[in-house]
Design a protein around this ligand. Structure first.
Ligand code: ADP
Length: 382
């Protein structure tokens, strides 16, 4: 066992007074490009972070689920099978409880368990701590009870837990990234059929770094805006007579915009369609061993999210502008926006200067100090 897994096992033993049967880990993620494309059945390109959520667990024979997390010390839950109903469980426990519910709903023979959670994925930073928690729990529960479930199906069930049980209308990217990424690669995922391809992403070998800037803000607008953008995209797809906006080809964008009677929907369509094209271009550049050329596409993606999709915020705009001024090859917000994190692609030798420039700019603007770290593409759940 790794030191981190040992720590989780010890935490379990302190809570429950006996040793767990195992420890399962699932990572957070950062999405390189393809924002809000997953809720339009399009393509995304996340990497897994080295930061993980660990679930130490042991099976119970009475169907009861006992849940504890180091991160929410007061939030222990004990749930009978009858208590596992959508909307019935509040707070953090809804995530692991929802996973147990979704697995059982899918007919998998998943019984009760004692569960202890530890995580070093910052929560609420747009780095998918919730998906990491769901996927680690799903892996733990299926393996404890001998249930067989392939990774993409596991990710879909984790998404179902978040959509139907917790009540968050997220896409499937985060759970797929956490379940299916491999170290040294970005995951090129078609979120419609879940076809996936591992694209080499070893920046260190090319003298590059990927900086993540966690702004440590989350504006109250976030949840409502997410639902509103999704609804807008669905309305635009209906108006254009397609199943989802991923079905509007880039080459037909001009015509499609002209066909939309409701002009307020045009920027949404423009973002989703151009973002799909940016994913295609970044994948091609990575596959060709030319990651530096992806920089301007990241920055173009940010402009599209800021100006057309309108989900950025002053802190994210500042992080991106200052990173680029300080020498980044490109930068963008990542995740759903209104706070959370930005990323910047930088030459190795410029990484410290870019990080310092962003930190100084935040201080000068009176923002909280951001958390800046270099991300390497880690492995998926294990
Ligand atoms: P993120 O971008 O980090 O996924 P969300 O707001 O979607 O942000 O999810 C964060 C929520 O997930 C937390 O408020 C908490 O309820 C739950 N969560 C995530 N990780 C943990 C953990 N290790 N322990 C307890 N709850 C967690």
């Amino acid at each position: 066992m790794t030191a981190a897994a040992n720590g989780a096992a010890e935490g379990f033993e302190r809570c429950y007074g006996y040793a767990p049967e195992g420890v399962w880990a699932a990572p957070g993620r950062v999405n390189l490009i393809g924002e809000y494309t997953d809720v339009n059945e399009g393509h995304v390109l996340p990497i897994a972070l080295p930061h993980c959520t660990r679930v130490a667990a042991a099976a119970r024979t009475d169907g009861v689920l006992r849940l504890r997390s180091r991160e929410t010390p007061g939030g222990a839950a004990e749930l009978s099978p009858a208590a596992l109903a959508p909307g019935a469980v509040k707070g953090w426990a809804a995530y692991p409880a929802g996973v147990a519910w979704a697995l059982r709903e899918a007919g998998l023979p998943v019984g009760g368990a004692d569960v202890y959670v530890e995580s070093d994925v910052p929560a609420g930073a747009g780095l998918s701590s919730s998906a990491a928690l769901e996927v680690a729990t799903a892996l733990a529960l299926t393996e404890l009870h001998g249930a067989v479930c392939e990774r993409p199906a596991l990710a879909r069930l984790a998404q179902r837990a978040e959509n139907a049980f917790v009540g968050v209308p997220c896409g499937v990217m985060d759970q797929m990234a956490s379940a299916c990424c491999t170290a040294g690669h970005a995951l090129h995922l078609d979120t419609r059929g879940l076809a996936l391809r591992q694209v080499p992403f070893d920046l260190a070998a090319r003298g590059l770094r990927l900086l993540v800037v966690d702004t440590r803000v989350r504006h109250a607008l976030a949840d409502g805006a997410y639902a509103a953008r999704r609804a807008g995209c669905e309305a635009a797809a209906r108006a254009l007579g397609v199943r989802a906006l991923r079905d509007v080809p880039y080459g037909r964008l001009g015509d499609a915009l002209g066909e939309l009677g409701d002009v307020s929907l045009r920027p949404l369509v423009r973002h989703v369609v151009t973002e799909g094209e940016r994913v295609r271009e970044v994948v091609a550049l990575l596959a060709a061993g030319e990651p530096r050329k992806a920089g301007p596409l990241l920055t173009a993606g940010h402009a599209s999210l800021r100006d057309d999709f309108a989900v950025s915020c002053p802190e994210l705009d500042l992080a991106v502008a200052v990173a680029n001024e300080a020498g980044a090859l490109g930068a963008r917000m990542t995740g759903a926006g209104f706070g959370g994190s930005a990323l910047a692609l930088v030459e190795e030798g410029a990484a410290d200067a870019v990080g310092e420039a962003v930190t100084e700019a935040f201080a000068a603007a009176g923002h909280r100090p951001p958390r800046v770290f270099a991300a390497v593409a880690g492995g998926g759940a294990r």
